[in-house]
Ligand binder design. Structure first.
Ligand code: ATP
Length: 512
């Protein structure tokens, strides 16, 4: 008997897109099963079907051998299926324990929540699974890896025997990923079945028992881990051999284009998020900012792009102070911005790809004349860009919300990387992007640097930071704790500073 089976599943979305074509997968009980494939291959659609969020057009789902009808996540949870989404579904202002028991609170009497009992139950689970959570801390104060464990425990306490994770390591550092994998291996030991989507193939090799490869909505095959090398997986994913070919040549950076001096920022509740941040970024260089999520990088980027007010200090773009300037004023100074949050601020999901691609070119006569939007020109431009960035969609008229996560990200990247900018602020640029496209994006960032542009790269992916940055700053609790030239550095070395184990007191001014 299998934990979960998809038998000839086909999913046609209302707009006619066939996201899954006769997909059949059998997931063994207590195994860790990875689902891989290029952006748009149909992975998320299949997981949404497994969790009752989408109904298949045809085909059958079996859970522990029984044919089931999954009409909503509620049905899936009742059948012992749990899902950890990429965007956590936690209430930030609630404590860990409040989040875990939300909706299933044990009670004493009719109205009082029995927190003692809840703590006992949750502690038992943590002991059994060998991981700890700070039950009384507010979720908003926790690092991302801990939040993810809260989500896992939340699913387990609702009796999940099958746990689906959507790109679980995409926001984690290598240390956090290692901890996550220990948790997942432990779950499998207790007979829990783990299914996860990922684009990180080295991790697939590290942890998966079984690997299913999808391409263009179909299953290419399901394999034992030891049957495939990493390059075999890529070959099966894209249908041809793939060679890594990033080359970074040494370059002498030019003049300072962005300068930040003594930047301080306090959250509304008085907590200091940024402490005396000073650095500069020159033309023709990539400055990488490494750090665990939640150490001030997000706030820094929002202040630099005019999305967050009330910071103190100085920010100069090409010598002009832009602190508290509006986003449009900063954009006008040729600053492009690839935001981390692609749906909330990265794009207009209801508008088409073409409309999104030209939305940062409002002053351009090419796409806008007086008050008229020049549809044809935007369409032709978008066709070219879609080819260049291998964006998978029916046409430039397709609404953004119809695209797969990775393809949405590619549209945003394409929009910002093709506009006439001198400074590019790129936050998690390859988050959710498949192997070949990630390589393409990194090459393009390097090309921009070679063309004399200044790139600020904020990434939790240390391999990415090490691969293309010229210099690296490390953020820890709102401070810059280290500044490296990117020469002979290792992930481990940066990791010490990211975790606050080491701190460097050398003044960073003038170190540009
Ligand atoms: N709500 C929707 N309406 C119409 N088409 C959709 C919808 N969601 C996804 N699609 C399409 O279905 C196909 C598969 O998308 P899906 O999100 O399952 O891919 P994926 O493999 O998870 O990609 P990624 O790695 O980018 O997340 C894509 O062509 C996508 O454009």
């Amino acid at each position: 008997m299998y934990a979960l089976e998809a038998i000839n599943i086909t999913k046609v979305y209302p707009n006619g897109i066939v996201a899954n074509k006769n997909v059949s997968i059998s997931v063994e009980i207590g195994k860790i099963h990875a689902i891989v494939g290029e952006n748009g291959a149909g992975k998320t659609t299949l997981m949404r079907i497994f969790f009752g969020m989408e109904k298949p057009t045809s085909g059958e789902i079996k859970v522990f051998g029984k044919k089931v009808n999954l009409n909503s996540p509620k049905d899936a949870i009742a059948l012992n299926i749990g899902m950890v989404h990429q965007h956590f579904m936690l209430v930030p202002s609630f404590t860990v324990i409040e989040n875990i028991i939300l909706g299933i609170e044990p009670r004493k009497g009719l109205f009082t929540v029995d927190f003692e009992k809840a703590r006992r139950i949750v502690t038992k689970y943590m002991e059994k699974l060998n991981f700890q959570l700070p039950l009384e801390e507010k979720v908003m104060d926790l690092p991302v890896g801990v939040k993810q464990r809260v989500e896992i425990l939340k699913a387990l306490i609702r009796n999940a025997k099958i746990l689906i994770l959507d790109e679980p390591s995409s926001v984690l550092t290598s240390q956090e990923t290692k901890e996550l994998f220990d948790v997942l291996k432990n779950l499998a030991r207790f007979g829990i079945t783990v299914i996860f989507i990922t684009h990180k193939l080295n991790e697939v090799k590290q942890i998966a028992d079984k690997i299913t490869i999808m391409r263009d909505g179909r299953v290419v095959g399901t394999y034992d881990n030891n049957e495939l090398s990493e390059s075999d997986i890529v070959k099966l994913m894209i249908g041809k051999k793939f060679e890594h070919s990033i080359k970074k040549v040494k370059r002498c950076p030019g003049k300072i284009l962005l300068e930040v001096r003594n930047l301080n920022y306090f959250r509304e509740d008085g907590v200091q998020i940024l402490k005396n941040i000073s650095f500069s970024l020159r033309a023709g260089e990539i400055l990488g900012i490494a750090g665990l999520e939640g150490n001030g990088q997000k706030e820094l980027v929002e202040i630099l792009t005019g999305l967050r007010e009330n910071a103190t200090g100085e920010i100069y773009v090409d010598g002009i102070n832009t602190l508290n300037a509006y986003p449009w004023q900063i954009r006008k100074m040729k600053v492009a911005y690839i935001p981390e949050d692609r749906i909330e601020i990265g794009c207009a999901p209801d508008l088409s790809i073409a409309e999104n691609l030209v939305s940062n070119r409002c002053g351009s006569n090419l796409f806008f004349r007086t008050f008229l939007y020049r549809k044809k020109q935007a369409y032709q431009f978008s066709q070219k860009i879609m080819r260049e960035f291998s964006i998978k969609a029916e046409s430039p008229r397709t609404a953004m919300k119809m695209l797969s996560g990775g393809n949405i990200q590619k549209v945003i990247l394409a929009r910002e990387m093709t506009v006439d900018a001198r400074i590019i602020i790129a936050s998690q640029p390859t988050h959710g992007i498949d192997v070949a496209s990630s390589e393409l994006i990194r090459k393009k960032l390097l090309q921009m640097r070679n063309d004399g542009k200044a790139v600020l790269l904020i990434s939790t992916d240390l391999q990415e930071i090490l691969q293309i940055s010229d210099r690296i700053l490390v953020f820890y609790r709102g401070e810059i704790t280290a500044h490296f030239q990117n020469e002979n550095l290792t992930e481990a070395e940066i990791g010490y500073y990211m975790l606050g184990i080491r701190r460097e007191k050398t003044p960073l001014e003038g170190s540009s």
